[in-house]
Ligand binder design. Sequence first.
Ligand SMILES: CC(C)(COP(=O)(O)OP(=O)(O)OC[C@H]1O[C@@H](n2cnc3c(N)ncnc32)[C@H](O)[C@@H]1OP(=O)(O)O)[C@@H](O)C(=O)NCCC(=O)NCCS
Length: 225
Amino acid sequence: MYYCFLKMSTRTSTRRTTAATGRDNYQTTVIARHFNEKGFRAQLRRLRGSFDYLCKSAISASYTMKTAMDEKYTNYLYTTIDLNTGYPVNFAICGDKNAHTMYVEVICAKKGGKQLMEFIIADARSRGKTKVMLSALPTVINFYRKLGFKPGKQCNDDPDLVKIETAHSIRGKKLSTLQEVDNDRQFKSYLRELIRKGIASDPQCKYVDDCNVDGYSMTLCFNNK
Ligand SMILES: CC(C)(COP(=O)(O)OP(=O)(O)OC[C@H]1O[C@@H](n2cnc3c(N)ncnc32)[C@H](O)[C@@H]1OP(=O)(O)O)[C@@H](O)C(=O)NCCC(=O)NCCS
């Protein structure tokens, strides 16, 4: 069984939620910076040493730390702790972009990345959000696709993109490194189409290599009733 403990510091009492099933004994903690900045910072410092390991070199520890501290909208830190070892196996830094949208700034996982995202989505829902948005590195577009995210800032799939994805079996690809992305001509031309459609997160970038740095916007919408 996979247990999640949703902990809001101050004001709110600890809430316990059962998330997806699994064999490992994990604990997910949510600390809301908005309610307790000190607790959020202390937790971040505790996690800092694991950032490089958990992010598999895709995102630097200094970038993660800076994002967590500086970004105007980061107020949630999610982490799953393996209760057998006491070490984190994943973490995510998120924020309330606006009343309707939760934004995922950083997510890194040695394991349980999908469960963590599902937990974040359920948590966003429980806070009355109707959307989760993020910027996906090209290597993880298909990871988010599996969770129901669409490329872009709209809720619906773009039929042109779906056509390309189907024609070149884009969604089935699992590319682990930027080098693998670079070597895959079809995936690269798919990225070019994302750029042409204004889906790159950096509105100034024009070429795949440049746009890959900030990634591509992706959105998941849900009916929150
Ligand atoms: C992306 C990441 C968070 C995924 O976490 P994870 O624990 O490896 O993922 P899971 O084991 O939960 O995988 C869930 C599913 O997604 C698939 N998946 C995982 N990574 C994928 C990828 N890069 N591309 C496509 N599919 C992927 C898995 O095969 C699995 O599929 P299945 O359910 O059909 O078996 C993790 O690999 C990571 O931290 N990467 C480096 C940091 C990074 O790039 N973060 C995202 C920044 S935008």
